[in-house]
Design a protein around this ligand. Structure first.
Ligand SMILES: NC(=O)c1ccc[n+]([C@@H]2O[C@H](COP(=O)([O-])OP(=O)(O)OC[C@H]3O[C@@H](n4cnc5c(N)ncnc54)[C@H](OP(=O)(O)O)[C@@H]3O)[C@@H](O)[C@H]2O)c1
Length: 256
């Protein structure tokens, strides 16, 4: 099962897994897109249309995970909310937290309870899990949660022969930035961007090797993580990241 498989990294997972002979169940909200992808991927694939920010839909997909006994679950569905935290309404942020954390925990639990030796669980986090990004403060915190959670599960499940990992892509060319409400002129530079195909190829190699709890997807990302977490003081790094914020500062209010 791959969640968030109607586009971007999730669709790439579905395609590469299908090429390797897996029968894939694709999950996302957009049923029409999923139906098209399933038809294109060939026989043996299926989809579930579900909004994984809604507890009822999360429960329905978790039931399917328990009933189907998948070999691999890729918890990829995730979204961002780009805003200055105190200036926006809280509900979009709550929905993002339910999607990025609650659904991932529920589906991981349903999967791991029935998992057998050789199975694997991959949870998609982000290099931003290791940093703070003003303008996406809660998003970063959700990805820090996914990373710490998955690393703990990696250790717990090693003795059972079940591989768990957190995948930490850096900037990847998908619909993510637009969906998060990022302004066009705050898009991260092309030079540091990977394609979904690059990211998923690295993830597929990691699924073969089954060694690391935390997967970084390029040399550039590894260098940036090293620099930002081991070289530069944290305060300096937060200030640097604030300068790259996807939220444009509002024009100052003029007092009359
Ligand atoms: N792109 C990046 O730079 C980047 C970097 C690091 C990590 N990531 C992570 O990579 C993962 C995939 O993101 P992406 O870059 O491929 O973004 P994307 O192109 O926006 O794809 C997101 C996928 O998640 C699905 N989705 C969104 N909200 C959902 C919901 N409420 N319920 C079910 N499915 C939902 C979307 O389909 P529907 O809209 O049809 O539901 C889509 O299939 C995310 O967890 C993201 O945080 C992305």
């Amino acid at each position: 099962m791959v969640t968030g498989a109607s586009g971007g990294i999730g669709l790439e997972f579905a395609e590469q897994l299908a090429k390797q002979g897996y029968h894939v169940t694709l999950v996302a909200r957009g049923g029409a897109k999923l139906a098209e992808h399933v038809a294109r991927l060939g026989t043996g694939h299926r989809f579930l249309a579900a909004d994984l920010s809604l507890p009822t839909d999360i429960a329905r997909v978790a039931d399917d995970v328990r009933a189907t006994k998948y070999d691999l679950l890729v918890n990829n569905a995730g979204s961002g909310v780009y805003e200055t935290f105190a200036e926006g309404p809280l509900e979009p942020t709550r929905a993002m937290m339910r999607l990025n954390m609650d659904s991932l925990v529920e589906l991981s639990h349903a999967f791991l309870q029935g998992a057998k030796r050789g199975d694997a669980l991959m949870n998609v986090a982000s290099t931003l899990a290791l940093l703070s990004f003003p303008g996406a403060a809660v998003y970063c915190a959700t990805k820090a949660f996914v990373t710490a959670f998955s690393e703990g599960l990696w250790f717990e499940n090693k003795p059972r022969g079940v591989y768990v990992a957190a995948l930490l892509p850096g900037v990847t060319k998908t619909n993510f930035h637009d969906a998060a409400g990022g302004a066009a002129d705050t898009k991260p530079p092309e030079a540091i961007s990977q394609t979904s195909a690059d990211v998923v190829s690295v993830a597929m190699q990691a699924l073969e090797a089954r060694s690391s709890p935390t997967i970084l997807t390029s040399f550039t990302n590894k260098a940036m993580v090293f620099f930002s977490t081991r070289v530069v003081p944290r305060k300096v790094m937060v200030n640097m990241m604030g300068g790259q914020s996807p939220v444009k500062p509002k024009a100052p209010q003029l007092s009359s």
